[in-house]
Design a binder for this molecule. Structure first.
Ligand code: NAP
Length: 488
């Protein structure tokens, strides 16, 4: 895997945390328009953070009891007069009802916290719409990615980032300062044109997970069908044996490790392809094709899904002896052996195979758990680059090798047993070995000194066919420089 491949995701926008120009000031009065869930949570958090809060409601008498006593609840116009930063905690559809306040709002900062119900619901973002209704105000988009619950429970229990954008730098800094005092991490998303993107964020359903989930489901479906044909349909057609009871546990349990194993190899395959591309073109500055770029970006999710399937496989396997069918089969076998007067049923090879198979499987699952834990942002952030790369890259590859041993000890000599080829279909484990073994072989080839050196040079900026300045130590130990073609 290329050194930069496992780079932790970089935040595309500038975090404003620690910005020296943001000087937290409490004691300032902040206005909130609206008295709903979000307004209430916002008021509580603002009060707890040391701000004076004035809430503007259409019906202050009725709503006052819902707010902390430190917050003043008054009519909208009154509230607006008392402050120059106002959070508009009102739905977009009701913005126009605030137009009567246009005069008192003039020159003030309006913070648009609204969300939509659908992605790209309106042509212009809510914040741009608010700005068009109140041209004499400065509108800042922010806080919409934080839920009312997170606001109430404090930034510790939820997403800490508050994405902020505005066309006015000063206003943006004022809102960023408030967010920081409230315990959030303000992130500068640039000018108002980013508002639409910010408003779409809370509506996205696991965007980074779509491709990995479809991939996992696709693999599951393929392996499940394959196993179903081999384990259930084949005995039914060929021997008229009813093995349909195997579907819920046994077939699923033979499918899950196949998915986990192949998915784990798919985490490392794009790194191999990236390295091949770099070796072929002799440069790291050539863009990878889009599909490879996408694949590289989804490795974390693919790895986590692999861990999920492996964990399910472990639980299913532990439950296998609990099944009634298993008990009946055990008793049946015991009775048969008693009838045949067989005293010694111990098969040394089978005993060893099983011991190694289970032990190696447990180690593989342990390593996968480690990979999963260290991919969590809070843990990943506490590791330096070398530690992160060692765990995700080196230990991850070791996990793949150990999983291969687990698969091989499971299969043992079945690949060479004619009876295992149901409808001429090879045992499932032989199919699952294809991609992981390719990855392992490629990694071994890349570790050969001649190839490793070339890859390292490419990753340090060397390019095929380009003249580069070089520095050579002379016989006296001094360095002399010159120019050569790096291709030579
Ligand atoms: P809500 O509970 O329905 O409150 C909306 C408030 O708007 C009402 O309490 C009302 O207060 C006020 N309002 C002003 N003019 C109004 C009118 N003409 N008709 C009806 N109400 C009017 O909604 P919410 O959950 O607090 O959400 C408020 C805003 O925050 C929305 O834009 C939402 O997208 C955004 N937001 C909410 C959350 C969340 O977790 N709830 C998270 C992020 C963003 P008065 O009756 O006192 O005037």
């Amino acid at each position: 895997m290329s050194g930069g491949d496992m780079a932790k995701p970089l935040l595309g926008h500038r975090s404003m945390e620690g910005d020296p120009s943001i000087m937290p000031t409490t004691g300032r009065t902040i206005g909130v328009l609206g008295s709903g869930d979000f307004a209430r949570s916002l008021a509580i958090r603002l009060v707890c953070s040391g701000f004076k809060v004035v809430v503007g409601s259409r019906n202050p008498k009725r709503k006052a009891g819902l707010f902390p006593s430190a917050a003043e609840v008054t009519f909208q116009a009154e509230a607006v007069k008392k402050t120059d930063v106002i959070f508009v905690a009102v739905f977009r559809e009701h913005y126009s009802t605030l137009c009567d306040l246009a005069d008192v709002l003039a020159g003030k900062i309006l913070v648009d916290v609204s969300n939509n119900t659908e992605i790209n619901h309106h042509k212009e973002s809510n914040a741009e719409y608010l700005a068009s209704l109140f041209p004499a105000c400065t509108v800042v988009k922010g806080f919409n990615v934080v839920s009312a619950w997170t606001l109430q429970s404090g930034a510790r229990d939820g997403n800490k980032q508050v994405l902020i954008c505005s066309n006015n730098q000063e206003a943006k800094h004022t809102v960023a300062e408030i967010a920081q005092v409230m315990g959030f991490t303000p992130v500068d998303m640039g000018c108002m044109s980013s508002a639409c993107e910010i408003e779409n964020i809370p509506l996205r359903l696991l965007p980074a997970w779509k491709i990995p989930i479809f991939l996992a489901l696709g693999l599951f479906l393929c392996f499940f069908t394959y196993n179903l044909v081999r384990q259930v349909i084949h005995p039914y057609i060929r021997e008229q044996k009813n093995k349909f009871y195997k579907i819920p546990v046994e077939v699923v349990n033979t499918t899950l490790p196949c998915v986990a194993y192949v998915m784990l190899s798919l985490v490392y395959l794009p790194g191999v392809l990236a390295a091949c591309s770099q070796l072929y073109y002799g440069t790291k500055y050539r863009r990878f094709p889009d599909w490879l770029d996408q694949w590289l970006q989804h490795r974390k999710q693919i790895g986590l899904l692999s861990f999920f399937c492996a964990a399910l496989h472990a639980v299913y396997s532990l439950c296998l002896p609990m099944r009634r069918s298993h008990r009946y089969q055990l008793i049946e076998t015991a009775v048969k052996q008693a009838v045949e007067k067989k005293m010694n049923i111990w098969v040394e090879e089978e005993v060893w195979r099983m011991e190694i198979y289970i032990s190696v499987g447990i180690i593989a699952l342990g390593l996968l758990s480690l990979l999963a834990i260290t991919s969590l942002p809070s843990i990943a952030n506490s590791l330096n680059w070398r530690e992160f790369s060692f765990i995700q890259s080196t230990l991850g590859f070791i996990a793949l090798v150990i999983s291969t041993l687990h698969t091989l000890t499971y299969g043992w000599s079945r690949a060479f047993d004619e009876n295992q080829y149901k409808f001429y279909l090879p045992p499932t484990y032989t199919l699952t070995l294809l991609v992981p073994c390719t990855v392992i072989l490629a990694k071994v080839i890349f570790s050969l000194p001649c190839i490793q050196q070339r890859l390292l040079r490419i990753r340090r900026g060397w390019e095929k066919g380009r003249y580069v300045k070089f520095v050579l130590p002379s016989a006296t130990g001094e360095y002399s420089s010159g120019e050569t073609s790096s291709n030579v």
